[in-house]
Design a protein around this ligand. Structure first.
Ligand code: SF4
Ligand code: SF4
Ligand code: FES
Length: 348
């Protein structure tokens, strides 16, 4: 089998790739030709390039079996696993780029650590302390949450989601991968933790406009929008706005509140009132609801809160008013999730 040159038109039986090479300072596509093999996938071609033309080409991979979720990239503009994408699917050159939604480290490798930080913010599985062990579940309940447990954390859905991809600000939405994780917890029949406050607040389930782009790229074929996000939106709306559900919860009782500030590991109160940034005002006005920011953390579980007051073309921050930290915690999730200086709705 002849090895094609790295420049010029593809030789017979070879495939041409335009691979992004660069780092945060800049970069461009570089053209390579590799000999075609039966069943070849894009990751094979990248390995060939590393072995024969560019040993310093950076790419992340582990299993080559579509199970570790490491080899995510954009192939001809679409988020794909390189190990699951056959080169004979394409006519002409194949363009391979790193995921756009995350900061570039080098070549095809991006820094996806933001996802792990978000993951740590989600309250974990919490069964009732009186639940009999071993746990028993109906087969249909197992079936329902099994879908969410298939996630391989490739972050292709995060990459395609326009909320994360097109806005240089990930503070609005946790993204579809974490809606899948929260759905797996919320729909678990033995879980007793409420997460709708977090969803309504920092997790930002309301930011999703159900375009379903995420579920189209999921290599595990998880129905992210249909089976995770839409039910979570419904639960959040019921918990946040349905007065009958609120009364029923009060009567029924026994649902543990979301974690309190004092229980959040690593929570360090910050001194000094934080001021808003102009971009916050623009974003908050666009969302069309009263906004507030947390200022100082006071003694005995009280917080200073500044409320945004809009008047024609002017706006100013009114405050501080004092609210109980637990009010924020139960409405918007753990205080560490809300974040000092983050946006919260007025507690009036
Ligand atoms: S359906 Fe929602 S989560 Fe999925 S890509 Fe669209 S906006 Fe993002
Ligand atoms: S939900 Fe699908 S696309 Fe998103 S991280 Fe999990 S496996 Fe990847
Ligand atoms: S190398 Fe593991 S998913 Fe592609």
């Amino acid at each position: 089998m002849a090895v094609a040159s790295a420049k010029g038109a593809p030789a017979n039986g070879s495939v041409a790739l335009q691979v992004f090479r660069g780092d945060p300072a800049g970069g461009a596509e570089e053209r390579f030709e590799v000999p075609m093999q039966e069943g070849m996938v894009v990751l094979d071609a990248i390995h060939y390039i590393q072995a024969h033309f560019a040993p310093d080409l950076a790419c992340r991979w582990n299993c080559k079996a579509a199970k570790c979720g490491s080899c995510s990239a954009e192939v001809n503009g679409r988020p794909r696993l390189m190990c699951k994408t056959r080169v004979d699917e394409f006519d002409g050159e194949i363009h391979v780029w790193p995921m756009k939604a995350f900061p570039l480290i080098k070549d095809l490798v991006t820094d996806v650590s933001w996802n792990y930080k978000v993951n740590r913010e989600i309250p974990p599985f919490r069964p009732s302390p009186n639940e009999a062990v071993p746990y028993r579940m109906a087969a249909e309940d197992v079936e329902r949450i099994y879908e969410f447990r298939k996630c391989i954390e490739c972050f292709l859905c995060q990459d395609v989601c326009h909320v994360l991809r097109n806005h240089d600000d990930k503070s609005l939405y946790y993204g579809p991968r974490y809606m899948v994780r929260i759905a797996g917890l919320e729909m678990h029949p033995l879980d007793t933790q409420r997460r709708t406050g977090l969803l309504h607040g920092k997790a930002g389930v309301g930011m999703c406009n159900i375009t379903k782009c995420c579920q189209e790229v999921c290599p595990e074929h998880i129905k992210i929008t249909d089976n995770a996000i839409i039910p979570l939106k419904e639960r959040t709306a019921t918990d946040s706005y349905d007065p009958i559900a609120w009364v029923a919860r009060k009567i029924r009782g026994g649902v543990p509140p979301e974690p309190e500030a004092a229980a959040i590991p690593g929570f360090v109160p910050k001194a000094g009132v934080q001021r808003f940034a102009v971009q916050d005002v623009v974003r908050l006005r666009a969302r069309g609801r009263p906004l507030a920011r947390v200022g100082r953390v006071l003694a005995d579980g009280w917080l200073e809160v500044w409320v945004l007051q809009m008047g024609g073309v002017t706006q100013r921050w009114r405050g501080p008013k004092t609210v109980r930290a637990t009010d924020i915690v139960s409405n918007y999730g753990p205080l560490d999730d809300v974040g000092i200086g983050s946006k919260i709705r007025d507690q009036d």
